[in-house]
Design a protein around this ligand. Structure first.
Ligand code: SAM
Length: 243
């Protein structure tokens, strides 16, 4: 992996258990400055989204690619992707309000490529096939009995959204069982690589969900405790579909 020169600054009100508190974020990479409004009710970038952002900004390029981002949230990755060679973006979110927030944040920056905004329920997206799919899928707060629902459907449905030879790039916690995702991606015929791995301390809200902690304890290598602090690993995986 290449060295990091990116900088963050954030105004941080007390985090709420649902990670939906209002926040402003400024992020610089190279000559690009990204200022984001995240009003109450929209998912704040967590270490997962920030790790994906750093990897997109530093390790990967999307030259001349039409990139689909599922669950774009505040639009952070969209601004980065536009600066990493993408020729067009399609951004989805679950409701109009969040889509409009992404539009507001993207339009505040010098994004001079076509951007489509779609309300879509996860992989139920119109259009495509796209050259690349990028996402930070819901996991800890997926709201599903089967917590990996969004990860597994993402992997299984990639071939419907992405052209042969195109890529799927996403970030995942060790608590969601990275080897399991790699195995499923390979079963779907993808060539898989772990682009970058980092460590992050648990989010406070993890401790509010006993079932989540019980499930994570069953995952081999799901987390580590060092000097009394709990850490998960965050991995950006990239799968390339067969041509
Ligand atoms: C983990 S957050 C990531 C947000 C943003 N990309 C980031 O990294 O900060 C997952 C996003 O998926 C959206 N989402 C949740 N369920 C969805 C669904 N069924 N269809 C589409 N998006 C969904 C949420 O609103 C949320 O913004």
């Amino acid at each position: 992996m290449t060295g990091r020169t990116n900088e963050d600054s954030r105004t941080l009100p007390a985090p709420t258990g649902d990670n939906l508190q209002a926040q402003e974020t400024t992020y610089r990479f190279g000559a690009v400055e990204v200022d984001l409004d995240v009003p109450e009710g929209v998912w704040n970038p967590t270490p997962h989204g920030l790790h994906l952002r750093d990897v997109l900004a530093t390790d990967l390029r999307f030259d001349d690619q039409h990139v689909l981002e599922l669950g774009t949230g505040c639009g952070l990755h969209a601004v980065v992707l536009a600066n990493r060679g993408a020729k067009a973006l399609t951004l989805t979110e679950i409701d109009d309000e969040t889509v409009e927030l992404a539009r507001h944040n993207v339009e505040r920056h010098d994004v001079d490529i076509p951007v489509d905004y779609e309300v879509a329920d996860w992989t139920s997206v119109d259009g495509g096939p796209y050259d690349a799919l990028v996402t930070n899928p819901p996991f800890a707060k997926s709201g599903k009995q089967y917590r990996r629902y969004f990860i597994d459907t993402l992997i299984l449905d990639t071939h419907k959204l992405v052209r042969p030879g195109g890529t799927l790039t996403f970030v995942q916690s060790s608590m969601a069982d990275v080897p399991r995702s790699i195995g499923l991606m390979k079963e779907c015929g993808m060539d898989v690589r772990a682009v970058a791995v980092t460590d992050g301390p648990f989010r406070e809200y993890y401790f509010d969900d006993e079932e989540f902690l019980r499930e994570a304890a069953e995952v081999p290598g799901g987390y580590a405790v060092r000097s009394g602090t709990y850490y998960e690993q965050l991995t950006v995986l990239q799968g390339t579909l067969p041509s």
